[in-house]
Design a protein around this ligand. Structure first.
Ligand code: MN
Length: 229
């Protein structure tokens, strides 16, 4: 049984997918870097297919519509849109925050996941930073799961780098990105029901226990090296 919220999310996806996107849209759906079933049994293939092909595509399509209707947004990357949200025309800020956040967040999410046994371990300076901030990888994962479990309603848990290059672990509501708060995102956990409801139903904690099996630490380590400078 799907909850009312999950059904509403699916209905929203169907309605938006039927609309025609603008010609030559600036934003496109990135390819999933593995097969839909690559994260089984931790994240099921049907969830991955709907999540990527329908939910993420809808954020992309809606962001393209927002940008097409507001010339002041032309030429900006999605990261720039979110980092400069307060400088954008007030009328489009909420739409950019939600649709741009949805596009940016999911684009990173796919990269930070990997088939079980293929994601490696935190390396180099990231491993040292996790030790310092969270008492090690296990300590980090425990706190990540707690942050994600504590999100009321739809949202995310984020590991990001703050302006001082320190690791920050934070919950976020809806599609809010760390970029809104001048932090640079490293790793995320999606706790919208569309991310887990088909397999786990209401058991968010069980879904979160599965996540450490499919984290792409090699990607996150490389991203840390790049962003931390
Ligand atoms: Mn999602």
């Amino acid at each position: 049984m799907l909850t009312r919220r999950a059904l509403l999310e699916l209905a929203t996806v169907g309605a938006a997918a039927a609309a025609v996107p603008p010609a030559n849209p600036p934003f496109t759906l990135p390819k999933l870097p593995y097969a839909y079933d690559a994260l089984e049994p931790y994240i099921d293939a049907q969830t991955m297919q709907i999540h990527h092909d329908k939910h993420h595509q809808t954020y992309v399509d809606n962001l393209n519509k927002v940008v097409a209707a507001e010339p002041a947004l032309a030429g900006m990357t999605v990261d720039e849109l979110l980092q400069r949200l307060d400088t954008l025309p007030a009328a489009v800020r909420t739409a950019v925050r939600n649709q741009g956040g949805g596009h940016a967040n999911h684009s990173l999410l796919w990269e930070t996941l990997a088939p079980a046994g293929k994601g490696g371990k935190p390396g180099g300076r990231l491993a040292a930073a996790l030790d310092q901030a969270f008492g090690g990888v296990d300590g980090f994962l425990t706190k990540l799961q707690a942050a994600a479990l504590g999100v009321f309603g739809s949202g995310w848990a984020w590991l990001s780098l703050d302006a001082a290059n320190k690791l920050s672990l934070d919950p976020a509501a809806n599609q809010d990105s760390p970029l809104l708060a001048a932090r640079r995102p490293l790793l995320c956990v999606d706790v919208w029901e569309h991310a887990y409801y088909l397999k786990y139903q209401n058991r968010r904690a069980e879904y979160l226990k599965a996540i450490p099996n499919v984290i792409n630490w090699d990607y996150v380590t490389a991203r840390y090296e790049k962003l931390a400078g």
